[in-house]
Design a protein around this ligand. Structure first.
Ligand code: HEM
Ligand SMILES: *[C@@H]1O[C@H](CO)[C@@H](O)[C@H](O)[C@H]1NC(C)=O
Length: 484
């Protein structure tokens, strides 16, 4: 599947790269900062014509590819991937330059078929005024007050996820995907969505997901074709939900309510298509990301039994304060889970599930004496920064205690940075805290088979999504069912 995607992207980008090659053969360039001077492209190799270094990237672990490039060429280097000339940036300053201080010179860029599948009006494809306006609407329903009110819903989603897993072997990643989908639905629709609409959304969304990475085509029966059909049904279902809400006249303070609100300065109300694209966009951004990190957290806790004991001690204190889980967890309690929070931060760093992001230069840009030509892709490499011994001592060691002191500015970017930084980061962390609380206070789990290989789905997760058996701990956390 990845291979099909490679060919698609290659086709799209060949024209761009030919144009760029012709253009960049002219040596004298005017940079965006306006000086007339000789600028050099960054060091690096472009690989073969057209396919560039795509095969090298896909024939090995991508982290190894990036790390070996960085070793050879330094923090800024060029390459040619998926048919596109790219500049990769592996320093915190460069990431800040692209994502924060000069963000207006670098626009978001995604393969067109993916953009269409999620929805072209979703905020992460945009720049400028439309993007800012949508961001405000989405962020408004993800602030501290909204999150405080969501704690009970997240708790019950966690309880039902773990309850369904209790007593058998399952893929951790799949269980966590179900959880992050449910939490996404609750955040978007409040508690207001009926279960029929929810199930229709879940099932059709999973068809969309299966075709998302496939080669675009119009042949009935293929995963891609089915995904396009399911995407149309999602649009219809969301249309119904929006119409229901309008008819009832109550807009709600959830994300959908925010998107439907009309009296927001002078701007016209969003169309139903724009609303649907953004709802699907948020679900998409929220699900696999959070589920992948949660899967890593379960793995790390299993790999470090002493750490697990310490996390358990921290969580048992809260559990007992709540009379053995009889009283609901509060927002304030989640704020006090210091060690668990450090475990989450360290898992985000170690796993770096978003290894890098893509932007495209909208003009010739000069950075540190190098030219980044207009039209080239620009990739800040988060994983390289997170695994550099310059910023994180002994970077391949899992050590939550390193977060006792804050990382240096721009060195820890699991949620990105700048105008497109993740608006769901606090929600994601809250969800992870609540999951860990319930998991370690009420359950035990055992990993089945080896878990040391990594697979990409599309974010890195342990092999087969970390298959594990989960069971309820009886009594006060000592008796273990099935222990011989
Ligand atoms: C551990 C889980 C998560 C991780 C690691 C993560 C990471 C990221 C990153 C790195 C970006 C920036 C991408 C870029 O600059 O190209 C981003 C953007 C985004 N994330 Fe998350 N995210 C997570 C969970 C969530 C959740 C739960 C939500 C929704 C409630 C969410 C919604 C979004 C949205 C809407 C954007 C686009 C923002 C924009 O373009 O302005 N994310 N996320
Ligand atoms: C998708 O949603 C429709 C309602 O629009 C529903 O009838 C159908 O069962 C769902 N499809 C799948 C594959 O679950």
């Amino acid at each position: 599947m990845a291979f099909f995607f490679v060919f698609l992207f290659t086709a799209v980008c060949i024209l761009v790269s030919l144009a760029v090659l012709l253009y960049s053969s002219r040596q004298k360039r005017r940079s965006a900062v306006g000086q007339d001077q000789e600028l050099m492209l960054p060091p690096g190799s472009m690989g073969w014509p057209y396919i560039g270094e795509t095969l090298q990237l896909y024939s090995q672990n991508p982290s190894v590819f990036f790390a070996s490039k960085q070793m050879r060429y330094g923090d800024i280097f060029k390459t040619h991937l998926l048919g596109c000339p790219c500049v990769m940036l592996a320093s915190p300053e460069a990431a800040r330059f692209v994502l924060v201080t000069q963000a207006q010179l670098f626009k978001p860029t995604y393969p067109p078929s993916k953009e269409r599948m999620i929805g072209p009006s979703a905020l992460f494809f945009h720049q400028g005024e439309y993007h800012l306006r949508l961001r405000r609407l989405v962020q408004g329903s993800l602030g501290p007050d909204a999150l405080r009110a969501l704690v009970p819903d997240i708790e019950s989603a966690v309880a039902s996820t773990l309850g369904a897993w209790d007593g058998h072997v399952a893929s951790t990643f799949h269980a966590m995907k179900r959880l992050s989908f449910d939490v996404g639905i609750t955040t978007i629709f409040g508690g207001l969505l009926d279960s029929r609409h929810k199930e229709d959304l879940r099932r059709n969304y999973s068809v969309v997901e299966k075709g998302y990475n496939c080669f675009p085509n119009r042949i009935p029966g293929t995963l891609f074709y089915r995904a396009v059909q399911a995407r149309k049904r999602l649009r219809e279902i969301l249309g119904e939900i929006v119409a229901d809400r309008r008819a009832r006249g109550d807009q709600g303070s959830d994300i959908l309510g925010g998107l439907m609100r009309t009296r927001d300065g002078t701007a016209a109300a969003l169309t139903d298509d724009q609303i649907a694209d953004n709802v699907i966009g948020v679900l998409f951004a929220a699900q696999d990301t959070t589920a992948s990190v949660l899967t890593w957290i379960l793995k790390y806790l299993r790999d470090y039994p002493k750490l697990l004991e310490a996390v358990k001690a921290e969580q048992m204190a809260t559990y007992e304060a709540n009379e053995g889980g009889k009283r609901p967890l509060t927002w304030a309690q989640t704020r006090g889970m210091t060690l668990t929070h450090a475990v989450i931060m360290e898992s985000l760093r170690m796993a770096s599930i978003i290894s890098f992001t893509f932007r495209e230069a909208v003009a010739d840009v000069e950075y540190k004496g190098f030219l980044i030509p207009k039209g080239w892709k620009v990739m800040p490499l988060f994983r390289n920064i997170h695994h550099s011994p310059e910023y994180f001592q002994d970077p391949d060691k899992f050590d939550p205690s390193r977060f006792k002191v804050s990382p240096r500015p721009n060195t820890f970017l699991p949620f990105g940075s700048g105008v497109h930084a993740c608006p769901g980061n606090e929600l994601a962390k809250l969800e992870m805290l609540v999951l860990v609380h319930r998991l370690v206070t009420s359950y035990r789990w055992e990993v089945v088979g080896s878990s040391d290989d990594v697979e990409y789905s599309p974010f890195p997760v342990p092999r087969r999504g970390l298959r594990a058996k989960l069971w309820k701990e009886e009594g006060d956390g000592v008796v273990q069912r099935g222990a011989a």
